[in-house]
Design a protein around this ligand. Structure first.
Ligand SMILES: [Zn+2]
Length: 448
């Protein structure tokens, strides 16, 4: 953007107020004739800051006492938005609207006007708790750090499909810290006193390794992240596959933890690196592939989140409760890969479940507290009577085959159902027996 625009300032500007560069630019004299001027433009340290300032300008610039681009905020019609920008005086070109609309349509740019399914970038990251298990791992820490200064933070992934880890492996392999897929952080070894084996070894492949022999096990902290894989049935998968991804919780915990360690050890952002940057290993896979699979960010997105978070005041400012409990929306607790999102507000979690038939809201202990209604399926009015015509209909302790069987069967007969819930293993849902004996599958009951 030009150095001076609209002759005023606006809130939220990311420009430092002085950095500029000069270049030639064309202006329209109002008749379609172009002439060239040399003007000063604002200079920013990164492209994100330039975009942020541009957006802040369009939303906040004033014309007298009125917003220069009134009506732009929340405008979802691109033609209208472009017209508002032109009418506000943003560009002198008389064909500005046609040109911009033409570009949007030619490249079908409205395809990107979708609500971000992942967590919005501006969502604050709650303070995390670090579970300190260093004492249990002491015997595994291979050697002390000696006089080596800690200069790097190296990020890894576990490399085992749909798995987490908290401990150091035998011989001292693994991370000082481990982050699980649900975002829980474990400290397995104290970086101050112990070196662990996490980023050594020879060169692999041809990419990365710009920090080879610069960052070593002796001057770095290792963080290993639990990871998901799209095919939940596989037990082992290639490190080169493009089907690995991180949960939002893992990544947010990683932002929080890295920010904290940077402050604690005085490590700069350019010394926050991937295992890939040391030996060339495809690790952490989602941040080397950068394919944004499901909830994964790219490595650059992770770095921007980290910068944004530190800019907002660091790892423990603005922190919410340490014991924040999350409501997760999944098919089932054990099926972490099915997770659609994690919410602090129950109503938001319920709304997400409602948008996804077959999904439930689970509290932080994994207890199902709400299930989405399948489309077109009304919750039956209870109580009602059912007839069971088989001898061996199991009674379970809860609504689903994931609840254990009681030792009893209903037996043949007529029974009263006082509550109906969805749950795995029964298409028609599960009915709670009035007797208090438990739940049975309505697939084997005939409503009468
Ligand atoms: Zn690694």
């Amino acid at each position: 953007m030009k150095k001076s625009l609209s002759g005023n300032t606006w809130s939220g500007s990311t420009w430092d107020g002085k950095s500029i560069y000069t270049k030639k630019t064309q202006e329209d004299d109002g008749t379609g004739r172009l002439y060239t001027i040399t003007a000063n433009f604002r200079k920013y340290p990164c492209v994100e800051d330039s975009i942020a300032d541009h957006s802040a300008y369009l939303l906040g610039a004033m014309n007298g006492s009125k917003l220069r681009y009134a009506g732009l905020k929340g405008c979802a019609d691109y033609k209208k938005a472009v017209r508002i920008i032109k009418d506000g005086g943003y560009a002198t070109s008389i064909t500005y609207v046609e040109k911009l609309v033409g570009i949007i349509e030619r490249w079908n740019l409205t395809q990107y006007d979708v609500k971000e399914a992942n967590t919005p970038a501006t969502k604050p990251i709650a303070k995390r708790t670090i579970h300190d298990i260093t004492k249990e791992n002491l015997s595994e820490v291979p050697r002390s750090r000696g006089g080596n200064k800690i200069e790097f933070i190296v990020v890894h992934y576990l490399g085992v499909p749909n798995a987490d880890n908290s401990y150091l492996y035998g011989g001292g392999y693994g991370g000082h810290y481990n982050i699980k897929r649900d975002g829980t952080i474990y400290k397995a070894a104290d970086p101050k006193t112990g070196v662990v084996w996490h980023c050594g070894g020879g060169l692999q492949g041809s990419g990365g390794h710009s920090f080879y022999q610069i960052c070593t096990n002796f001057n770095s902290i290792g963080i290993e992240c639990g990871v998901c894989y799209t095919d939940t049935s596989v037990k082992d998968a290639s490190g080169d596959s493009d089907q690995w991804y991180f949960t939002t919780e893992t990544q947010e915990s990683l932002v929080w933890l890295v920010a904290k360690l940077m402050d604690e050890y005085g490590i700069s952002a350019d010394h926050v690196i991937r295992h890939y940057d040391v030996t060339g290993k495809i690790c952490p896979n989602p941040y080397v592939k950068n394919n944004r699979l499901r909830t994964s960010w790219t490595w650059d997105e992770f770095k921007s989140r980290l910068a944004e978070y530190r800019k907002s005041g660091g790892y423990d400012s603005g922190a919410t409760e340490e014991t924040t409990s999350w409501y997760r929306v999944r098919k089932d607790w054990s099926d972490a890969a099915s997770q659609k999102g994690a919410y602090k507000v129950l109503e938001n979690a319920k709304a997400c479940a409602d948008e996804n038939p077959g999904y439930s809201v689970l509290d932080s202990d994994g207890v199902k507290i709400y299930s989405s209604k399948s489309a077109g399926q009304e919750t039956p009015t209870v109580p009602f009577l059912v007839r069971v015509s088989i001898d061996d209909l199991n009674i379970r302790t809860g609504p689903g085959t994931d609840f254990s069987r009681t030792v009893r069967y209903t037996g043949k007969g007529v029974f009263t159902i006082v509550e109906v819930r969805e749950g795995p293993g029964s298409d028609a849902g599960w009915g709670r027996l009035k007797s208090g004996a438990g739940w049975c599958s309505l697939d084997f009951c005939q409503k009468i």
